[in-house]
Design a protein around this ligand. Structure first.
Ligand SMILES: C[S@@+](CC[C@H](N)C(=O)[O-])C[C@H]1O[C@@H](n2cnc3c(N)ncnc32)[C@H](O)[C@@H]1O
Length: 305
């Protein structure tokens, strides 16, 4: 689809021009973004993530409004909703409810991958396959047959598996609860969650090799999620800090709110200094505390979506 190709090129140009430095000078990430056809992974009918005047999320249908559908696929900062209320409402009409699956927005995925920084040949575990789009970008970097992606919703997982297969992308698409990781493939060089957590699942820490990197959106008392970048010690623990702010749907098993004091957060928090926090997570739980700011460092703007 020639038009999709030029839309990708335009997205790349826009991101390159942004002071946010989405690609961080990484050629592989640019090449992955230009190569993987995002539109191939987007269902024919998706919901727009902002409600219309009737309070319902409008449906965008590829058959009836193909140009609008394609334009939406290539909006930099808009995720498209592919499932509401765990599939209770089919994608046939405008709907209301909780978003439970989506194709993540472009800028968020590019930033997550930049921070994940996988190398060719790295064993990667992705939690939250969704449409399979992020999986395809990962496989483009690491090579065939070494990305494992796990999705809890069987229908969502099946669809992603077929979309990946149709492009000849070799990844292990597992249907299951990613909160347990995927022990048969461990240890992993990189673990990426595209669902947010309130606490880092101990299984992920156990399955990360020494020096391996874990990227996960973490719920915070600041009113937004933090993209955490943690480095594993190979013995079930990891330390690191937030590298960006973000918003993600929760991992299924962590939807129920919990007091932040039980999640290792200090009592006094300062949202302006979100990037000055650091985290230690191990098999017993997690601790988050503020660290001394580097001189001259300023919090990057909170502008992901
Ligand atoms: C934001 S979507 C991921 C989107 C994906 N990155 C993409 O661009 O297509 C989050 C996904 O996580 C899945 N999910 C939620 N809890 C999960 C769990 N415990 N294990 C595996 N997948 C889970 C949801 O079903 C949903 O499909």
């Amino acid at each position: 689809m020639v038009e999709a190709k030029s839309l990708r090129a335009r997205c790349l140009e826009e991101m390159e021009a942004s002071p946010r430095g989405y690609f961080g000078g990484l050629d592989w990430l640019r090449s992955a973004f230009l190569t993987v056809p995002r539109e191939h992974f987007v269902p024919e009918k998706v919901w727009w993530p902002r409600p219309g005047p009737d309070g319902l999320y409008p449906l965008i249908d590829r058959h009836t409004t193909p140009a609008r559908w394609l334009k939406s696929v290539y909006l930099l900062r808009t995720p498209l909703i592919t499932q509401i209320d765990d599939g209770a409402a089919g994608p046939d009409s405008p709907a209301s409810g909780a978003f439970t699956s989506s194709i993540s927005c472009i800028t968020v995925i590019i930033e997550l991958l930049r921070h994940l920084a996988p190398a060719p040949g790295d064993k990667v575990l992705e939690i939250g396959t969704g449409t399979g789009y992020t999986t395809a970008l990962l496989a483009h970097r690491t090579g065939p047959g070494i990305v494992t992606t796990i999705e809890i919703d069987p229908q969502v997982a099946d669809r992603a598996r077929h979309r990946l297969d149709a492009l000849g992308i070799q990844a292990h698409t597992v249907t299951g609860d990613g909160e347990q990781g995927h022990p048969p493939g461990a240890p992993y060089d990189r673990i990426l969650s595209t669902a947010s957590v309130r606490h880092i699942p101990p299984a992920w820490l156990r399955q990360l090799r020494p020096g391996g990197v874990l990227i996960a959106p973490l719920d915070s008392p600041f009113g937004f999620d933090l993209t955490m970048r943690l480095t594993g010690n190979g013995q079930g623990a990891a330390t690191g800090r937030p590298v960006a702010t973000v918003e993600f749907m929760r991992l299924r098993g962590q939807r129920t709110p919990q007091a932040y004091s039980e999640l290792g957060w200090p009592e006094d928090i300062d949202a302006q200094r979100w990037c000055d926090y650091e985290m230690h997570a191990d098999q017993q739980g997690q601790q988050i505390r503020i660290r001394a700011p580097h001189r001259g460092s300023a919090a990057p703007a909170h502008t992901i979506r």
